[in-house]
Design a binder for this molecule. Sequence first.
Ligand code: C2E
Ligand code: MG
Ligand code: MG
Ligand code: MG
Length: 278
Amino acid sequence: KAKETSGSKIEFYSSDLNEKISNQFVLENNLWFALDKNELFLQYQPIIDIEKNEIIAAEVLLRWDNDKLGLIPPDKFIPIAEESNLIVPIGQWILKTACYQNKMWQDIGLKPITIAVNISVKQLEQEDFPELVEEILNETRLDPQYLELEITESISAKNIEDIIKILKKLSNLGVKLSIDDFGTGYSSLGQLKKLFIDKLKIDKSFVNDINEDLDNTAIVSTIIAMANILNLKVVAEGIETQNQLSFLKENSCHMGQGYLFSRPLDGDAFEELLKRKK
Ligand code: C2E
Ligand code: MG
Ligand code: MG
Ligand code: MG
């Protein structure tokens, strides 16, 4: 079918599949220049200590605002950034920017918080990744204990031995490691200790089902109980209702993140929030 196009844009006459491929092509072509054109920026979503009701961390979330394509959601462009390896330079920029930002907040006297940065497998597979992280910590002078790296469960599939070495080096630097979207992949809780993991983030699909779906509610309380036995911290992501929060509190979940507390915020807005909570 023919698509409405304007000006310089290419016209597509294609099936849905072809259209999808063309769209990805357009996204990738634009993504190559996104960093240089200053189209990428970071948002920060508060992570709350559930018992104390205090902000103790922030997850860093990448945003892409292109002049022609508009605001593109990460679920659309992160996979493309990964396939094209663009995630490697972009990921480095994210780490450096987030560490600078966090150090700056500490330098102006705000309560120190941890900054949690999503790391893609492609970045972890770079042999010199731990050295890169170390360089960034030295350059930004951020104390490593205030940096956390979120990795997904898919790591447990690929060249596990190499990844374990890298995770060990990272852990030795003093940065924290967490497993993102826990429950959606294959890793067993027992395995996590071997991966130098400090923290689990329960996937929002389970949190969303609390009190709605019996199985998923049981999964949430079981993950929390097992994590406590293994001495791992637990964050529940995607908390949207007071009911979900109450359940998590009763089940001794340490930390929470979700629209109930706050949406992801631009740096300035997050800073204001931290100042108000001081
Ligand atoms: P994620 O790491 O699991 O991030 C959490 C996602 O849940 C974010 O979506 C966040 O905005 C959303 N979220 C937070 N609270 C709620 C809630 O209460 N309800 C609902 N429905 N959603 C909530 P976002 O920003 O669209 O990011 C999607 C995914 O893209 C992330 O999932 C992560 O896998 C990836 N991503 C985002 N930023 C980066 C990055 O800097 N680097 C890499 N490698 N991946 C990133
Ligand atoms: Mg994450
Ligand atoms: Mg997640
Ligand atoms: Mg996710």
